[in-house]
Design a binder for this molecule. Structure first.
Ligand code: G3P
Length: 218
């Protein structure tokens, strides 16, 4: 499993990318709205930092409108992956975009059932994004969804990557990795939590203290 940063914040993206923590970025309209910056200009800045997939979501709800938006977004950078909702219109758009020359990669989002994921993959999506936390929020098992999708894709040799999304805490990321997700897209705070351990910090302190008290030179 590789990590994407689920953020549209340039400072966070820069830090995560330079720190070697992420393979790409996912955004959504809520995350972009939070930054209050021009969408395309922001994507250009992100594409200047990150040399990996950058998911950017369409806002139109018709297949025709999504395809037009997607083609404009794809021109921002070859790394753009167009995010489409898992609706009939979204899958129609995914099919069209997968047949563009060259094809435009899509990430079908807001996936809440294994069959939505399979249909999206069959329509030509390069990625599907099951939302773990939002299922947990309504008392369902978000991680079970990730596991089911991974199993179905493996069993039927489906050529589509699974991005565990709506990750709220480190255990979501750990379980997504164990279940076989290809990617987890995580908020910056969770990415930091994944790296941190108090015994690592204490271990460094003790090594340095022992070295200092030995009087040895470096
Ligand atoms: O990028 C979509 C997803 O990760 C959103 O997460 O926490 O708003 O459910 P959340």
């Amino acid at each position: 499993m590789r990590f994407f940063l689920d953020s549209a914040n340039v400072a966070e993206i820069e830090e995560a990318w330079e720190g070697g923590l992420i393979a790409g970025v996912t955004t959504n309209p809520s995350l972009v709205a939070k930054e209050g910056k021009d969408f395309h200009a922001l994507l250009k800045v992100i594409a200047g930092i990150v040399d990996g997939p950058i998911s950017a979501e369409v806002l139109d709800t018709t297949a025709e409108g999504m395809v037009i938006e997607a083609r404009v977004l794809a021109r921002v950078s070859p790394n753009i992956v167009v995010k489409l909702p898992v609706t009939a219109e979204g899958l129609k758009a995914a099919r069209t975009l997968s047949r563009d020359k060259p094809p435009i990669a899509t990430n079908v989002t807001l996936v809440f059932t294994p069959m939505q994921a399979l249909l999206a993959a069959r329509a030509g999506a390069a990625y599907v994004s099951p939302f773990v936390g939002r299922l947990d929020d309504i008392g369902q098992d978000g991680l079970q969804l990730v596991g089911d999708i991974c199993r179905i894709f493996e069993q039927h040799e489906v050529d589509c990557r699974v991005i565990a999304a709506s990750i709220r805490h480190p255990v979501h990321a750990l379980q997504a990795a164990l279940l076989g997700a290809h990617f987890a897209t995580v908020p910056f705070a969770v990415l930091r939590q994944l790296l941190k351990h108090p015994l690592t910090d204490a271990g460094i302190e003790r090594f340095l203290a022992d070295w200092r008290s030995s009087g040895l030179s470096h």
